[in-house]
Design a binder for this molecule. Structure first.
Ligand code: PLP
Length: 403
């Protein structure tokens, strides 16, 4: 083993505190606590509080200070749903949060989050009563009037909710041509307070315009009848770049908050300066020289054309690192980028270092971070993995560390 105990300890100074007490390579035990859940080599996720704040400020500027409903579904896009809510809640630009899973809404309230929470996902009548009791706003698109009456009677105040209108995405939402009946019914009940009316774009730039027209017509007709629709909102990250006429009363981005451009062509348009707020890192667990003709990976996916140094990183598809990464993604070690080769297996990836032994056991490998060349968008561009998968598929059990 090439790395000295001292070199490893020094490198270890950069590690998150939670990982410090791990046993050292070679089976030594440090004098610290005798037991740690995580090996100091295991992958970890870093959340950059400053970049998160910067992105919120950028979005706010872009939308002329309209309120931001921060979408933090699917474990806060991989950053940790409670982490993200706690970091964002103090920012005045943040109106509230949107999640899909009921348990995420509850865990936010359990963690002391006070701002409004919109539940984008499904619920049964009992779920609805429980959610309302914890001031979680349901997103409604079916004839729930009678159930809402019951809940309102029990809690002795109207149920606040948002109504979702389907203008062409065909997923959830009342079809726009039937929206007047539903909104009319809900608005006519004392037990209901319509706090918002929303839609989702398909992100097909031409059809988006058609969708926007449908939404505007539906809303205008209802407002003429005196029906109060609350805050209208439609813009996720894509429309923040493409459709300023769809910012309405509030915007509803997810990915942009995490500092990642959802489309590569947005990166150089100068509309918003987004800075990735999430990194994935691990430590090199092995470095070795393959001889000409040696193979690497399942199915011998890689054959060494010459003698070559390779390094093994303990990150695989079970951690959320895509299999496609072996098609050209690069990993940064000691400032240099090295291609992922062979195959990404459940818990390992192999990178090609080259003719020289430039990497040793214990070096930090950055799979993505905020630096140019290893941003999530760079990984996505190099190997075709979606930036949404890069963050949302991060294994929820990996340690999260706010930096
Ligand atoms: C996920 C989601 C968003 C946020 O989308 P991004 O592309 O991440 O900005 C907004 N609205 C709804 C209904 C969503 O499901």
């Amino acid at each position: 083993m090439r790395c000295s105990r001292r070199a490893f300890l020094e490198a270890g100074l950069a590690l998150p505190a939670v990982l410090h007490s791990a046993p050292e390579p070679g089976g030594w035990r440090s004098s610290g606590p005798a037991f740690s859940q995580d090996s100091s080599f295991d992958p970890w996720v870093e959340i950059h509080a400053e970049n998160l704040r910067h992105n919120v400020t950028e979005i706010s500027r872009r939308v002329s200070v309209r309120p931001i409903l921060a979408v933090i579904k699917n474990n806060g896009y991989g950053l940790g749903v409670v982490n993200v809510a706690q970091l964002l809640e103090p920012q005045p630009e943040i109106f509230g949060f949107a999640v899909v899973k009921l348990h995420e809404a509850f865990s936010l309230r359990d963690a002391g989050i006070r701002k409004p929470i919109l539940l984008l996902g499904p619920f049964d009548e009992q779920n609805l009563a429980d959610a309302v009791a914890r001031e979680i706003l349901p997103m409604v698109y079916t004839a729930l009037g009678p159930a809402l009456e019951k809940i309102a009677a029990k809690q002795q105040k109207p149920v606040s909710l948002h109504v979702c209108v389907d203008t062409g995405i065909g997923r959830v939402g009342v079809p726009y041509h039937q929206a007047a009946a539903l909104l009319g019914d809900l608005a006519g009940r004392h037990s209901v307070h319509i706090e918002g009316t929303m839609m989702t774009f398909t992100e097909d730039p031409d059809f988006d315009k058609e969708q926007l027209g449908r939404f505007n017509q539906t809303c205008t007709a209802l407002e003429k009848e005196g029906i109060a629709l609350g805050k209208k909102h439609a813009a996720s990250s894509f429309p923040l770049f493409q459709h300023p006429d769809a910012f309405f009363d509030m915007v509803r981005p997810g990915m942009a908050i995490y500092g990642i451009y959802s489309e590569n062509e947005f990166r150089h348009m100068g509309i918003m300066d987004l800075r990735p707020a999430v990194s994935l890192k691990a430590r090199v667990i092995y470095a070795k020289k393959l001889r000409k003709g040696d193979s690497a990976g399942y199915n011998r996916a890689y054959m060494a054309k010459d003698d070559v140094w390779v390094a093994t990183i303990p990150v695989g598809h079970a951690d959320g690192w895509p299999r496609a990464a072996a098609k050209g993604a690069k990993v940064r070690i000691n400032g240099d980028l090295y291609p992922v080769i062979a195959t990404v297996s459940a818990s390992h990836s192999i990178v090609e270092i080259g003719a020289e032994e430039k990497v040793k056991i214990g070096d930090v490998a950055t799979l993505f971070d905020a630096q140019s060349g290893s941003r999530p968008e760079d990984v996505s561009e190099a190997c075709g993995a979606s930036v949404y998968d890069l963050t949302m598929h991060l294994n929820p059990l990996l340690p999260r560390r706010v930096v």
